[in-house]
Design a protein around this ligand. Structure first.
Ligand SMILES: *Cc1c(COP(=O)(O)O)cnc(C)c1O
Length: 226
C-alpha cells in the first residue's frame, strides 16, 4: 500500500480550500493522524514530506515515536489524556491538543523534562455542546487559557475542536465559525495564540473556510481504520 496519491489529493484539497477562502497556503498546516497505522506507514508518509503526525492512543504513539526517532518528526497527542498518562505525554510528545482541565495541564507542566522545549498545548473546546463530550465549555475557555498560559512547562498555542459530523457544508461552517469567533475573542483578550486545530477528513474545507490553522486528517491519507 502506498499513500502517494491520497496524500497528494489531501494537499490539493487544502490548497483549493485556501484559494477559495482567500487564504495563503502556508496559513494552514496538515497534521497527519496515524492512529492504528504502523510505524512503517508513518515512515512512508514522512518520505513524502510530511513532518507532523497525530496519535490518539498514548502508548501506541509512544511506541511509534521510539521506532521513528531517527526521522525527527513532530508528534501531536490528540486523544484523551488521563492523569496516569500525563508523564508519557510530557516526556515524548511535542504537542498536546486535547487538554480540558487545569489539573491535567499542571501535571503536564510539572512533568515536562527540563531539557525539552515547553510542550505545545491546545485547549479542547466542546464547541457544539454535546453533553457527554470532552472539551471545556466555550464560556470557560478564557479562564482556563489564562491559567494554562502561566504554566512554565507549557506553551499555550490555541484551541482544538471535534464537532459532531454536520449534515452539510453550511452546518459545518457555522460550527467552525463559532470556534473561530472564540479563538479571536481569546486573542483580543491578550492571549498570544496562533493555532486553531479543527477540521478532519470529512470537513476540512469548511474548517479552512472558517479559519482553521491546522487540519487533522487521518482516513483521507491512510485509508479506513479497522
Ligand atoms: C481520528 C481523529 C482525527 C482524524 O479523523 P479522520 O476522519 O480519519 O480524518 C482527527 N482528530 C481527532 C481528535 C481524531 O481522533
Amino acid at each position: 500500500m502506498t499513500f502517494d496519491s491520497a496524500f497528494e489529493s489531501v494537499n490539493a484539497r487544502i490548497a483549493a480550500a485556501c484559494q477559495s477562502g482567500a487564504r495563503v497556503r502556508d496559513s494552514v498546516q496538515l497534521l497527519a493522524v496515524s492512529k492504528t497505522f504502523s510505524a512503517a506507514a508513518v515512515a512512508q508518509v514522512a518520505a513524502l514530506g510530511q513532518r507532523d503526525f497525530g496519535e490518539n492512543y498514548i502508548q501506541e504513539g509512544v511506541d511509534k515515536i521510539a521506532a521513528l526517532t531517527a526521522l525527527g518528526l513532530t508528534w501531536h497527542c490528540i486523544g484523551p489524556v488521563q492523569g496516569n498518562k500525563t508523564r508519557l505525554v510530557a516526556e515524548h510528545f511535542d504537542w498536546v491538543h486535547s487538554v480540558d482541565r487545569l489539573k491535567i495541564a499542571q501535571r503536564l507542566s510539572d512533568q515536562r523534562p527540563g531539557h525539552l522545549a515547553p510542550l505545545n498545548l491546545c485547549i479542547q473546546v466542546n464547541i457544539d455542546g454535546g453533553a457527554s463530550k470532552a472539551g471545556v465549555a466555550p464560556h470557560e475557555a478564557l479562564a482556563l487559557a489564562r491559567e494554562v498560559a502561566a504554566l512554565p512547562g507549557l506553551r499555550l498555542r490555541g484551541l482544538m475542536t471535534i464537532p459532531e459530523p454536520a449534515p452539510d457544508f453550511a452546518a459545518a461552517l457555522a460550527v467552525h465559525r463559532a470556534a473561530k469567533a472564540l479563538f479571536d475573542d481569546l486573542r483580543a483578550s491578550g492571549l498570544d495564540l496562533d493555532t486553531l486545530s479543527m477540521g478532519m477528513s470529512a470537513d476540512l474545507e469548511a474548517a479552512i473556510q472558517a479559519g482553521s490553522t491546522m487540519v487533522r486528517v487521518g482516513s483521507a491519507i491512510f485509508g479506513g481504520r479497522l
